[in-house]
Design a protein. Structure first.
Length: 195
């Protein structure tokens, strides 16, 4: 994932140590990490407000800078299953949005545009990825992938999957063929953090 010449500005997290934390400690630790990322951002913009942090984001998004609420939202389920990625990439990713938004004219910058990429590289020493490879199998409300004859992907909830297992028939609205279960969406499905 690293780009030549880039050195992460935040100290690399220890995956084994993070994996050993309970939910409460993990959240507390993530807030500390956000503070570290915020202090770095203050070197560029000393008046940058300290963002509040919530863990109420749902679905397939990992994080979101919420300017109206004045802070960063994180996905608790994805955090639990992807601790290392959150500490090393998602936190700086969202803090870079927070910083850019508060820069002069930053509110008009594109979400993953030149300014944001510049902060990711220049301040955090990271390759600016817009998407992340995350395990979203538990966070996604529709983790069951079904296929039909026209290759339109269909995604089922656990409830609908159970119905299909018990014999309910579902057909593709485009090609009319019966939907067949293929697999549970695997650990390498990319999730896109919100702007
Ligand atoms: Zn079809
Ligand atoms: Zn983003």
């Amino acid at each position: 994932m690293s780009e030549r010449g880039l050195t992460p500005a935040l100290s690399p997290s220890n995956a084994a140590e993070l994996d050993a934390l309970d939910a409460t400690s993990l959240r507390a630790r993530l807030c500390e990490r956000a503070d570290d990322a915020w202090r770095l951002a203050c070197e560029i913009h000393p008046a940058l407000p300290r963002p509040r942090v919530w863990f109420d984001l749902k679905g397939r998004s990992a994080g979101q800078a919420h300017y109206g609420r004045g802070g960063l939202r994180f996905n608790a389920v994805l955090l639990t299953d992807n601790r290392h990625v959150f500490f090393d990439e998602i936190v700086p990713h969202e803090m870079a949005h927070w910083l850019v938004f508060h820069l002069e004219n930053g509110a008009r910058a594109r979400p993953h545009g030149r300014e944001w990429k510049g902060v990711m590289r220049g301040l955090y020493g990271l390759t600016p990825h817009v998407t992340h490879r995350l395990d979203v199998s538990r966070a996604s409300p529709q983790p069951y992938l079904y296929r039909c004859d026209c290759e339109t992907p269909h995604r089922f909830t656990a409830r609908r999957h159970a119905m299909a297992r018990r014999g309910s028939r579902y057909a593709c609205r485009r090609c009319g063929s019966r939907l067949r279960f293929e697999r549970v969406v695997a650990a390498d499905t990319p999730a896109v953090p919100n702007a």
